[in-house]
Ligand binder design. Structure first.
Ligand code: BDP
Length: 336
């Protein structure tokens, strides 16, 4: 008898706790920390950046047991990158992956990585971004309302156009080249004798096709995923820019998270960057193969020296406009 009573008591207790747990599970999304975040992405769904972002969102949802979920809007449907940067700062967007290129207009520190030929290679870029340079740039972003959660790879950018292979700066003379929205890139193309047109990423294909511009510059995966290779078949490997990208969160969103959730978000950001960097390498090769099969004429610029020399004016102007960034520029330039 005694045993039975104890058993039935246990059953009642079990039922109560199961009912309580079910109730709690239902009410969890209604707690103070619940959030449905909006993520901005310029790239198509099947792209290393997009996969990195999806991993980030899934890990955050998983580790917060569904309290913090996200919807990522791929393909630039939430607007151009310069607009999205402003929305992120205002908190109208919660997170996104941004090239540090167009960030320069809002956050001066990010401009140091938009200086042509500043990094000696991708591995050096990783080391510096995961260390002192990344910390300094992250601090600059934070002052402007943006929290950097991870540095993504965007390889190296090279020139491509519909007219001819580029081998020397003289080949750029007179070419109409689309650049990202940043005065530094206008100066870069002008220093080579070309005509620079800042323009949104989404408009480039049509602009090359209709001859508004002759070409642009980008890494192989972007050249391929946007189909720019179909309208600009000469891809000349200049690798003049190595610009990292940032998985960034609005500081407004970040400040609204508990310390424990901030830790989860930061860890998921770092982990997603590791995945993205691995995916990036494979995609670079695959993209190159695809564009070559599609008719792209690739040439390696044998002597980049004259291109590098032409950038002296870009550096001089930048340093005279931003004297407080001299140490950061020199630190990167002089790094091994
Ligand atoms: C791609 C970047 C993207 C830029 C784009 C551009 O990943 O963030 O918007 O270049 O040229 O490589 O605008």
């Amino acid at each position: 008898m005694r045993i039975d009573k104890t058993l039935s008591e246990r059953v009642v207790r079990f039922k109560t706790s199961a009912a309580l747990a079910a109730l709690l599970a239902v009410s969890v999304p209604l707690t103070a920390n619940a959030a449905d975040l909006r993520g901005w992405n310029i790239h198509v769904v099947d792209y290393p950046v997009s996969h990195g972002m999806e991993q980030f969102a899934a890990e955050v949802a998983d580790k917060t047991e569904g309290r913090i979920t996200s919807k990522i809007f791929h393909g630039g449907v939430l607007g151009s990158q310069p607009d999205a940067i402003e929305q992120l700062r205002l908190g109208a967007l919660d997170f996104g992956v941004f090239s540090l290129g167009p960030m320069g207009q809002a956050v001066p520190e990010t401009n140091v990585v938009s200086l042509p030929f500043i990094f000696k290679g991708i591995d050096q870029m990783y080391t510096l971004m995961d260390g002192e340079a990344g910390a300094a740039i992250g601090a600059g972003l934070e002052k402007k309302g943006i929290v950097a959660l991870g540095w993504y790879d965007a390889g190296a950018r090279s020139f491509y156009n519909s007219q001819k292979p580029i081998n020397t700066p003289a080949d750029v003379t007179g070419l109409k080249v689309r650049v990202m929205n940043n005065d530094l890139f206008v100066g870069m193309v002008e220093s080579l004798g070309g005509n620079a047109t800042p323009m949104a990423f989404a408009e480039v294909f049509q602009s090359i096709k209709t001859g508004v511009v002759d070409g642009a510059e980008n890494n192989p995966p972007s050249y391929e995923s946007t189909n720019h290779y179909e309208v600009a078949k000469y891809y000349s490997i200049s690798e003049h820019l190595i610009i990292p990208e940032c998985l960034c969160m609005s500081k407004k969103t970040w400040d609204g998270l508990s310390e424990a959730d901030q830790k989860i978000v930061a860890e998921a950001g770092r982990a997603s960057a590791e995945t993205q960097r691995t995916l990036w390498k494979a995609r670079e090769t695959a993209s190159m193969d695809k564009v070559i099969a599609g008719g792209t004429v690739v040439n390696q610029i044998a002597d980049k020296g004259p291109f590098q020399d032409a950038m002296a004016a870009v550096y001089d102007r930048f340093l005279s406009d931003n004297p407080d960034l001299t140490d950061l520029v020199n630190m990167i330039r002089n790094a091994e």
